[in-house]
Design a protein around this ligand. Structure first.
Ligand code: PEP
Ligand code: MN
Length: 445
């Protein structure tokens, strides 16, 4: 974008960003990060944009998923592997249902900064600044822990780099072999409660047997043992984003080097605000969260600002209204898109509109509400004759108890057992795969 500078956001109104108390320390961190290598490359971001473009046309389907917030103290190879693994299982089931390739995008390797509903939080009469994600401050409820510390950006960068390194190794090093992935899924469908998915799993087995018999096997076909796996996060902490912004040497375009795709949250999408200003100038695919307060007028402005060339794949609209609210909100936005003749990729985030507080105090999400929102999203697109291009989940490969419901039922009582999220509740491995089967059924019906 000509004339745009990566620092232009600084002159725009900003929300949800920390005020760092030590400006010199912040400057030093920004200077350091600006010299570090980017985490992703322009060609990869362009390839993802093309893949998203296909999804927008119904020739692919998007699966975006991962933690609400990555955490420093939960960083481990096993956690990365397990989320990657369940996403591959889900992708395979969805490929079978949708009969198109699945574009796999982790909320990983950079998903550290969180917008909050209030700037402070009160516990037992004590008021402290809210936790804003490990890249900014700490979850501990003490005054010192809640002070924004710019040094944390360096740790976030290192964790993101190591996460991406492992994801790249898993994607190409044999771990993603379709036969292995399906074997794991058979482990899930063997359980009594998963009986209703056994038929689909067996049909996938038959398909794999058939292609193997026909001489197409993973030893010979790279496509059967390698995957493209992309990273994404909310572009919230703009000092971090600017410091990792790089000029692509072949085209002179600007790249957000912090992840393949970045998105703008529902709380930071002011058309004239800092977050939109930053995103508009980078070549990466951009996501835009659309909640119930998104007006047609705002959407119109945002589409014009973020995708002036009307490139298919550049802009993904991530609808997050809540079960029971999709029919009231999505049609008017679809109407705006069609009146503008805009090319967009519609993805459903059935998590953020369905958060409830349990009477034991835990934030949770009922599996049934999550499923219902996805179903409503598909139904509206069917009625409007538009394309539901994918899904966006907060999920983990770990066996946590954060969302209630599912075949291996998590009850409200169970929430306390393995509630590990630093922010919003995630679907566990079993709930994630179950949801993939249910979405796949929906796609085939
Ligand atoms: C999120 O994706 O974690 C998030 C905060 O979403 P939203 O901006 O849609 O509320
Ligand atoms: Mn969240």
């Amino acid at each position: 974008m000509s004339g745009w500078k990566k620092s232009d956001w600084r002159s725009k109104p900003r929300v949800q960003m920390p005020d760092y108390p030590d400006q010199a320390a912040l400057n030093a961190v920004e200077a350091k990060l600006s010299k570090y290598p980017p985490l992703v490359f322009a060609g990869e971001a362009r390839r993802l944009k093309e893949a998203l473009g296909k999804a927008g046309r119904g020739e692919a389907f998007v699966l975006q998923g991962g933690d609400c917030a990555e955490a420093f103290d939960q960083f481990s190879a096993d956690a990365i592997r397990d989320t990657f693994k369940v996403m591959l299982q889900m992708a395979m089931v969805l490929t079978f249902g949708a009969k198109v390739p699945v574009v796999k995008i982790g909320r990983m390797a950079g998903q550290f900064a969180k917008p909050r509903s209030a700037p402070t939080e009160v516990i037992d009469g004590v008021e402290l600044p809210s936790y804003r994600g490990d890249i900014i401050n700490e979850l501990d409820f003490t005054e010192a822990a809640r002070v924004p510390n710019p040094e944390k950006m360096l740790q976030a960068y290192m964790q993101a780099a190591a996460t991406l390194n492992l994801l790249r190794a898993f994607s190409t090093g044999g771990y993603a072999d379709v036969n292995e992935v399906h074997r794991w899924t058979l482990g899930f469908t063997e359980a009594d409660e998963a009986e209703r998915f056994r038929d689909m799993a067996n049909r996938i087995s038959d398909t794999l047997d058939f292609i193997r018999a026909a001489g197409v096997n993973s030893e010979r076909q790279h496509a059967l043992r390698q995957v493209d796996f992309y990273t994404s996060h909310e572009s919230l902490l703009l000092e971090y984003e600017e410091a990792l912004c790089r000029v692509d040497s072949t085209t002179g375009q600007n790249l957000a080097g912090s992840g393949h795709m970045i998105w703008i949250g529902d709380r930071t999408r002011q058309p004239d605000g800092a977050h939109v200003e930053f995103a508009k100038g980078v070549l990466n695919p951009i996501g835009l969260k659309c909640g119930p307060s998104m007006t047609s007028e705002d959407l119109k402005k945002l589409m014009a600002t973020l995708n002036p060339k009307n490139e298919m794949g550049r802009l993904t609209l991530i609808a997050r209204f809540g079960a029971g609210k999709v029919a009231d909100n999505l049609p008017r936005l679809i109407d705006t898109v069609s009146r503008e003749g805009a090319n967009v990729v519609w993805v459903c985030d059935p998590m953020h509109g369905n958060t409830v507080k349990s009477n034991t105090g835990y934030k949770t999400r009922p599996f049934d509400a999550v499923l219902r929102e996805v179903q409503e999203f598909f139904a509206v697109h069917k009625a409007e004759d538009t394309i539901p291009a994918g899904v966006h989940f907060e999920m983990t490969g770990l066996d946590v108890t954060e969302c209630v419901g599912g075949l291996k039922e998590v009850s409200y009582e169970d929430l306390k057992d393995r509630y590990h999220t630093a922010c919003d509740p995630r679907l566990n491995a079993s709930q994630s795969l179950e949801l993939a089967f249910l979405v796949a059924e929906q796609l085939t019906s």
